[in-house]
Design a protein around this ligand. Sequence first.
Ligand SMILES: [Zn+2]
Length: 462
Amino acid sequence: MFAPLEDIQIKSIYGSDLPKRMARCTPDMLNSVRLVAADVKAAGGELILSDMYRSYEMQFQAHLDYVTGKKSAYSPPPGGSMHEAGRAFDLDLSALKMSLSDFWKIAEKHGLRPIINTPSQGANEAWHFDCRGSHDRVYDYYAAGKADNFASPYTAMAASAIVSTGVKVDALGEDPTAGFIQSGLIRLGQTIGDLDGRMGPKTRTALQAVKLDPDAGNTDIAAAIEKLLQSAFPDEYFVPAVHTLALGAMPPAFSLLAPAKAPYTPGAANKAALGKIIDMLPGAVMIDQAFDLQPDFLGILQNKCLYFDSELQLDTDGWPDGRGKGDKSWQSTTSLRYADDTSLNANKVPYFVLPLPKSWANDRGIYLGDYAAVIHRGKVAYAVFGDEGPDHLIGEGSIQLLRALGEERLKQNGRIINSGAGPGIITVVFPGSGQPAHRKNEDTLLAAIQAEGNRLFSALTG
Ligand SMILES: [Zn+2]
């Protein structure tokens, strides 16, 4: 629901890497720090930190140390520092081996902002840099006078950033959810009055403006807001893949611990065929389940269609000639039957398979006999939900479905090439689209697969 924090490994002034409890930051900050460190290194200096993440308790202690005179550097009370959001660091200025104004240029290039106004090496807080990300919009919102309940636009921005990581901000109440929703709305361009943790009339109106139901409950609303934020600000949720980095340019002490994670995009060859469906992907509700061959994407689109991008394994069930020639688990029958209880012929009927138990599909409004569009290398074929398979597999289709996608698996001599196709094959299932009348016999079913598949898919691709 909230913005993730990633672990980072980086050199510190303490003679070793920055201690783990401090070495945490948001994905966009991680990327910025990585790039800044590489540039400083290339210029002959080194990025060495003294501080980064602070929990509520750590910030409270730092503030107490300042108030009691134990430490002279100013620390605000919890709720007002970007350190608490994993969006700030303090660095060792002497290790940079360059002027502060030169470092400002490097920092600015990679999205890091100083907290002071002029690059004066001796100034208090000259060592502190923020990665504001989209919370800069909250700063602008307060600077423009759209709200006034914080001491400064900066404090409002920090509160927005902190609450977005799921940590409470005292001014916004014990539960960070409402504050997170409001912060999200401001960053999405809405006007909500004060960011105050109260779901008042202006917040409700703003929710309606982004097509969300104000009565849905804060947990559901927050999940929906997160989806919108992920789509608007992907850098703040996903760490770029490690293999895209110029690792050689980085300081030896610096490496990434975070797993590579990038937003899903369908293969280039399939994009044109998908049309408007591509716009629906960021709003999908993902299905988090492990399979033998993990699909690149498995989720339910806003219009309730099931969408997955996977391999397509061969299923020969129901093929009358399949005994001894079909795939290893060949069966003479399929789960879906015609009116006279005979099975679908895998060599004649393009069908797809979904995993058991029955509830896997049924709970998502999908039943045997429903239709799907299957896309492979830009080619679209239509298919019927004709068989059920083991719970650890997703992405299986009949001989005729592979054939329709340009993958012939039946040799001239009548033997089968027992291999699937893919990865990168996209299946879009239309829940509740099948009708018993379509399954009078093979002819009626084949006609319905084409007509209904085409009609439903065209309506979706726009
Ligand atoms: Zn600082």
